[in-house]
Design a protein around this ligand. Structure first.
Ligand code: SAM
Ligand code: SF4
Length: 338
């Protein structure tokens, strides 16, 4: 049931909620060391929202004022028939939605880039932490760099703008910061470096040792180039600089500072329909229950969304200075999709 007259979602701190990130699967063809354990037990299929339920959910949020939808996972492009969902949401572009986009590991882009473009997707974020084949296999545990690079070619051929996301990992890719920036500039791609976050219990990796503040990344770039802060805001927590010599844009995401919580306009839904109002807090709302209990009536779903947004916290509590609190948010990044 459409709800075009519904009042937009505004949280208790007067922040309008206009950006929804939706994870469409917890599965992935990679096992990145900072994201998943080597052996993962994935959710039973019945727990996942169906593509129809995902469409209803995203339509409801769009009716309530969400203008930007980012599809993520797990790896969104490994979900069977995911293009049907992209087609559905593509129909909301210009009809509520301003932007439909995705974050992907790029392994399936060769197959889907043209279809994504046909659905109205204009930009994709592709995650790559290294341009060294051997290291790429090490960090993803099973990814093939050549396949991802070919996927990026396909995306650019299809007219999609590509932004690269790289997690900054001390002792792993700190020696590639400048070369990755050169590679992105040469291909006309923006680049964002992300600090590794304390998500989930991955058992065998000491992620605290991998932590590298993006201020260190920036310092390395500044040894090579002149960087100018630019006021670009993409509705997310990234801060951007322009590299004067190449004209390229580089972003830095520091999720561990509180700097950007006050402007937070986003919420996240997992593939099971759990709504998280903040990436760094455990409070959540179950949207699958009203979706399934009322297949022909969106009113209970919308009520539940409104009750949840009324509890959106002011900010998160990640803090590396309290080392014993490391990993305090127990869910994996593949659950909320980053
Ligand atoms: N599979 C897709 C991909 O890799 O782009 C989408 C999902 S992935 C969970 C989304 C983003 O989260 C990726 O850029 C990934 O590098 C990042 N990520 C995963 N675990 C992280 C962690 N512990 N800290 C910081 N970023 C993380
Ligand atoms: Fe998969 Fe993305 Fe997590 Fe890597 S970061 S394991 S590609 S979901």
């Amino acid at each position: 049931m459409p709800c075009s007259s519904c009042a937009p979602l505004i949280d208790p701190f007067a922040r309008p909620i206009t950006y929804l990130r939706v994870s469409v699967t917890d599965r992935c063809d990679f096992r990145c060391v900072y994201c998943m354990a080597e052996e993962m037990t994935f959710l039973p299929r019945k727990d996942l929202l169906t593509l129809e339920e995902l469409t209803r959910l995203c339509n409801a949020f769009t009716d309530l004022g969400v203008r930007k939808l980012r599809i993520t996972g797990g790896e969104p492009l490994v979900r069977r028939d995911v293009m049907a969902f992209f087609r559905n949401m593509g129909e909301r572009l210009g009809n509520g939605l301003d932007e439909l986009t995705l974050t992907t590991n790029g392994s399936q882009l060769r197959r889907y880039a043209r279809e994504l473009a046909a659905c109205g997707v204009k930009r994709v974020n592709v995650s790559i932490d290294t341009l060294d084949e051997r290291k790429f296999l090490d960090v993803t545990r099973r990814g093939r760099l050549a396949q991802v690079l070919d996927g990026i070619d396909a995306a650019q051929e299809a007219g999609l703008a590509v932004k690269i996301n790289a997690v900054a990992l001390k002792g792993f890719n700190d020696d590639e910061i400048v070369s990755m920036a050169e590679w992105c500039a040469a291909r006309g791609m923006d680049l964002t470096f992300i600090e590794v976050m304390p998500m989930g219990d991955l058992g065998n990796e000491d992620r605290l040792d991998q932590y590298m503040p993006v201020s260190d990344v920036r310092a390395r770039l500044a040894q090579r180039w002149r960087l100018t802060d630019i006021p670009l805001r993409t509705g997310g927590p990234a801060r951007y600089v322009r590299v004067e010599e190449t004209g390229a844009r580089i972003g830095f995401i520091t999720p561990l500072t509180h700097n950007f919580c006050e402007g937070c306009n986003r919420v996240r839904v997992t593939c099971t329909g759990t709504l998280y109002m903040c990436l760094g807090q455990d409070d959540a709302a179950d949207l699958r229950a009203p979706l399934r209990a009322h297949p022909d009536d969106d009113a209970p779903l919308i009520d539940e969304i409104r009750r949840a947004i009324a509890r959106k916290p002011k900010g998160h509590d990640f803090d590396y200075s309290r080392r014993e609190d490391w990993g305090q948010v127990a869910r994996h990044m593949s659950v909320t999709g980053g």
